[in-house]
Design a protein. Structure first.
Lengths: 380, 307, 354
């Protein structure tokens, strides 16, 4: 008896899943989002998800697009690349979404982008900065886009910034577990060396590292003018205080991974620089509107870079659907490719021929619990 | 590399190792009595850090004095984790005590996953790392003047030594300790001798979890709090316990300190800078070497398998 | 007390007949493959492939954990070795422009090659560590798994072959339903025949009582290492299948948690029961996918919480797993004479007298 029951259950489960039909219907437009809501990089996925949901709420409150409401199906990939493939398959083929938004991490965007390419579904990554996400072996991927700049561009600007600050000898610390950190390091090293700067130390650490004092005291022995740390904010929150503990007091600088309400609150971070997509203090109305709406929706918290990029990604897709005039995958893809001067909260977004966003980079300096705009570099 | 630098790296290693030791004690006590690798122990350590974080933030907003804050944070975290440890043993492990050890181990992994995933929920704690209030951090992360040591380093070394001392005293000089030794020596016989084994096992969980909470608060002040902080740190603390000889209280201390020193030296002195990423493998290499060469650990007794 | 000869065996068919059926099954996969490619939603096909990979992983681990009774927590490490061997080679061919048109040849050669390299690694890891028992073995294998992962993370290339370490390696998608399930058939039949052969009794003997088995003249170390090597081989093949289907392999995907997931499948299915473990692999792949469709309830946040709760409850309520040590079609009666006083085969209790 029990066995029969078990078989029946198994059969029902299998049939139930086999019959799933695409859900695109007349009254709403269905989009897909995949993000790391759990797992090692859950904070990034949750942030971009929050930004996206805020934009979705605003768009639907204004009547949606093309007279239809937008519905977003969100899938968690647990910070794992093969899970990302799995959930994008589901979104594209079982849910029949018109477009996919995601991922933050480049590895998972590369994996999920493969599915989108295979089934010709447009995908827009909010924050994956690895150049390979949109271009593979010199060929632009027709269906994958991003609204952020690449590691190559950002690392180059960071190098340029270092030289312009008059720093001759710079030490570096790279997270060898993250392609983001490695990508920025490589590009920075080239740009900085090409401009006549000298890298005096190249320390590495892994994502599990909590204690950086060994690396930091070795850096201190080299007497650099500044230290470049292209890491994520959770690492920065450990590295900067420990640097002070070992008596390393030269300026630190890094990339957009630093962006977080917590970094700016660190007393040890005062005076440090980082390059970023936007400054929450930017007086532009798009930025101020976003920051206030985000605070209102999420209990007064200040948005980070992932949140603003998730927010913009949703709006860029909605804008593309409006311009396409229909929720058709090919039409949305074409419209996304033609995105020009979109007034995003993270800057004015123009998608270039390589499907990357041409956006200015801002350099922020941390001062008294806030990141102040220090310098702006236009897109190249 | 000067002698001063070398000594400094050693000191960093000692203070990292002290927290390994505190967690390792919990693994060692539980393994000694139940022969169970309590995979959830690393997450109990995380819960301690989180409870302490909420208490500290709550008090910092009200401008409590730092010494009072520290007192409440340590006491509160220890209490909460002791209750949690008791609960885990009582409701998840005890019903399975006579089952194959594999079943118990899987349950432990289940409890560990449950804690990690629950604390990743936004309304419990969320995945974003948080920091203890600046008042506590700046008070404790002040250098004491020698070798770049901070007050926190001194405190964690002192606390782990004191707590190991306390535990050694309990084990060697009290009736509970005598019962504990009997239980870990021969479980069934101890039961026959009228020892309340349930009570002894509960004690190991309560005490071990309390120690983990202390380590959790110390590391959270030094570093940060996040829901997955217990995975790697717990694993390494377990390795420290194996290194020192699992089941041995002084062994856990020795293993913890040694592991801390080896890791720091590898990162800071021995490995060329491009290869410091490999330092994380060091703990596992040590684990395998010790298992192959002397499975009973540095201070453990060799157990003979009987037919 | 059960003696080994009491345990049911399946010598119903002669060996040649089984081999014939095996070939027939694999041949039958071919038209199914075409049908799936044309008619069925690619997402369903993909979940089926995921099921297949997990069945291989769980079945091969079952040989080590369930049948031979050696507790390994490093299966994902062997999977990683296979995945990277196959992935790196396929990627190399693709970069040379020599993959096109030869996909099937690449799979035919590189999947078993990945398995063999993993098996070699299994031998290297197995010989020293299998002297250890129980928990010590578990943590030693865990350590090896982590070391393998950390080494891959920090390797950019080996000679002309790109590995790309932490950046993750992109691999062309060349595998499909046919390749996956052909290997499922091979793996399940292999493990089944090992478990139910005369030699197989030796594996079971090692599980039941190592000292007694040694006393009876069973070379326990040899059998343990053998189980370990065969298990590692299939884990490596499963890794290769994953590498050639999921676009990208990432060392982070082969961590400790992946090993745990496979162990959970084995324990949940019933250690030692081949069909039970297969059933668990299917359920544990399918159910989380089904949970996804409950979006409206916002379970995406609670998916993992529910999963871990289910795991604990399962262990508390039915610690012997779904099927215990039975196979799917064994009736209770068949085991009854063996099962005097509780479980079919006496299990070592949590607290063996030291």
């Amino acid at each position: 008896m029990r066995r029969t029951l078990g078989w029946a259950l198994a059969a029902v489960v299998m049939i139930g899943a086999g019959c799933k039909q695409p859900t695109q219907s007349g009254s709403e437009i269905v989009l897909g989002e995949y993000a790391s809501l759990t797992g090692q990089t859950a904070s990034f996925g949750q942030s971009s998800h929050e930004g996206l949901m805020l934009a979705l709420e605003e768009i639907n409150a204004q009547g949606g697009v093309l007279g239809k409401k937008i519905r977003v199906i969100t899938e968690d990939d647990g910070s794992d690349a093969s899970q990302a493939v799995n959930v994008v398959q589901k979104l594209v083929n079982a849910d029949g979404v018109a477009a996919v938004i995601g991922e933050v991490a480049s590895k998972r965007s590369l994996a999920g982008g493969g599915v989108c390419e295979q089934y010709r579904c447009p995908m827009l990554s909010p924050a994956s900065t690895n150049p390979d996400v949109t271009v593979e072996n010199g060929k632009v991927k027709p269906y994958v886009f991003r609204i952020c700049f690449t590691d190559t561009f950002q690392g180059r600007i960071d190098g340029k910034f270092g030289l312009e600050q008059g720093w001759k000898n710079v030490a570096m610390m790279t997270n060898v577990d993250e392609d983001y950190s490695k990508g920025l390091s490589d590009s920075f090293r080239k740009a900085f060396a090409a401009g006549g700067g000298r890298i005096v130390a190249q320390e590495s650490y892994s994502g599990d590292t909590k204690d950086f004092k060994s690396q930091l005291s070795r850096i201190k022995d080299k007497n650099p003018d500044a230290v470049y740390v292209p890491g994520y904010y959770n690492e920065i929150g450990l590295i900067l205080p420990q640097a002070r503990q070992v008596g390393l007091s030269v300026p630190f600088f890094g990339g957009d991974g630093w962006d977080s309400p917590q970094t700016v609150k660190l007393p040890e971070a005062r005076g440090a620089f980082y390059s970023d997509h936007f400054s929450p203090e930017d007086p532009r109305p798009e930025v101020q509107h976003f920051v206030q709406a985000y605070r209102a929706k999420y209990g007064g918290r200040t948005p980070d870079a992932m949140a603003v990029l998730g927010y913009d990604a949703m709006r860029v897709v909605a804008d593309a659907i409006t311009r396409a005039g229909k929720a058709d995958r090919q039409a949305i893809t074409d419209a996304l490719a033609q995105t020009k001067d979109f007034p995003g909260a993270s800057g004015t977004i123009t998608i270039d021929a390589e499907h990357n966003a041409r956006k200015p980079i801002v350099i922020l300096q941390i001062k008294n619990d806030a990141a102040a705009l220090y310098k702006t570099y236009p897109p190249e | 590399m000067t002698a001063h630098d070398l000594v400094q790296q050693l000191v960093y290693g000692l203070s990292v190792g002290a927290t390994y030791a505190l967690i390792a004690l919990g693994y060692t006590m539980v393994y000694g009595t139940l022969r169970l690798i309590n995979f959830a122990h690393g997450d109990v350590y995380m819960v301690g850090a989180v409870v302490g974080f909420y208490l500290a933030t709550w008090m910092a907003e009200r401008g409590t004095a730092v010494w009072l804050m520290l007192l409440v944070v340590f006491a509160g975290a220890t209490l909460a984790c002791s209750v949690l440890g008791y609960g885990i043993e009582r409701f998840a492990y005890r019903p399975l005590r006579n089952r194959p050890r594999l079943v118990l181990l899987i349950t432990a992994i289940g409890v560990s996953l449950l804690l990690e995933n629950t604390f990743q929920l936004k309304w419990v704690f969320g995945p974003t790392p948080q920091y203890y209030p600046q008042a506590i951090k700046s008070a404790l992360l002040q250098p004491v003047g020698v070798l770049g040591l901070t007050r926190l380093d001194v405190m964690s070394l002192f606390l782990s030594l004191a707590l190991v001392g306390l535990l050694t005293w309990i084990v060697l000089a009290t009736r509970t300790g005598l019962a504990l030794r009997a239980v870990s020596f021969r479980f069934d016989t101890a039961t026959l001798m009228g020892i309340n084994t349930d009570r002894i096992i509960s004690f190991t969980f309560v005490f071990g979890s309390g120690l983990a909470a202390v380590a959790g608060v110390l590391n959270a002040i030094r570093y940060q709090v996040e829901p997955l902080m217990g995975i790697m740190w717990g694993l390494k603390a377990f390795i420290a316990a194996v290194l020192g000889g699992i089941g041995s209280v002084p062994g856990a201390l020795l293993g913890g300190l040694l592991l801390g020193i080896v890791e720091t030296l590898l990162r800071g002195v021995l490995l060329p800078q491009e290869y410091t990423g490999y330092a994380d493998a060091a703990a596992f290499v040590i684990l395998i070497l010790i298992l192959l060469i002397k499975p009973s650990g540095l201070l453990g007794r060799a157990a003979k398998e009987k037919v | 007390m059960t003696t080994l000869s009491d345990l049911p065996s399946s010598r119903v068919l002669p060996a040649w007949a089984i081999n014939l059926i095996l070939l027939g099954l694999i041949a039958a996969l071919w038209p199914v493959n075409r049908l799936l490619a044309d008619q069925i939603n690619p997402y369903v096909v993909q979940v089926l492939i995921l099921v297949g990979i997990n069945v291989i992983l769980a079945t091969s681990l079952n040989l080590i954990n369930g049948i031979t009774g050696q507790f390994s927590l490093g299966h994902a490490g062997f999977m990683a070795v296979g995945a990277y061997t196959t992935g790196v080679l396929v990627n190399y061919l693709a970069a040379q422009g020599r993959l096109e048109g030869h996909e099937w040849l690449a799979l035919l050669l590189f999947l078993p090659l990945g398995g063999l390299v993993a098996a070699g690694m299994g031998l290297i890891v197995g010989i020293p560590t299998l002297r250890l028992t129980g928990d010590y073995l578990a943590i030693a294998t865990l350590g090896f798994g982590e070391i393998i992962r950390i080494i891959i993370t920090n390797t950019q290339s080996i000679g002309p072959f790109e590995v790309r370490g932490s950046q993750g390696l992109r691999v062309p998608v060349i595998s499909d339903f046919f390749w996956t399930f052909a290997w499922v058939v091979v793996c399940v039949v292999c493990v089944w025949r090992i478990a139910h052969s005369t030699k197989g009794k030796a594996f079971l003997a090692v599980r039941e009582d190592e000292i007694a088995a040694a006393a009876m003249g069973v070379n326990t170390t040899a059998y343990k290492v053998l189980a370990f090597v065969i298990g590692a081989f299939f884990a490596g093949v499963a890794g290769g299948l994953q590498a050639t289907y999921f676009f990208l392999i990432d060392p982070k995907g082969f961590g400790f948690m992946e090993s745990v997931t496979i162990v959970v499948m084995v324990v949940l299915g019933g250690s030692g029961s081949i069909t039970g473990v297969i059933l668990a692999a299917i359920l544990l792949t399918w159910l989380p996918e089904q949970l996804r469709s409950l979006q409206a309830l916002h379970v995406e946040d609670y998916r993992m919480v529910v999963y871990s709760l289910l795991l604990i409850v399962m262990m508390l309520v039915r610690p012997e797993g779904l099927l215990g040590r039975r196979e799917l079609w064994w009736t209770r009666k068949r085991l009854a004479p063996a099962a005097q006083g509780g479980s079919a085969v006496s299990l070592p209790p949590a607290n063996p007298p030291a």
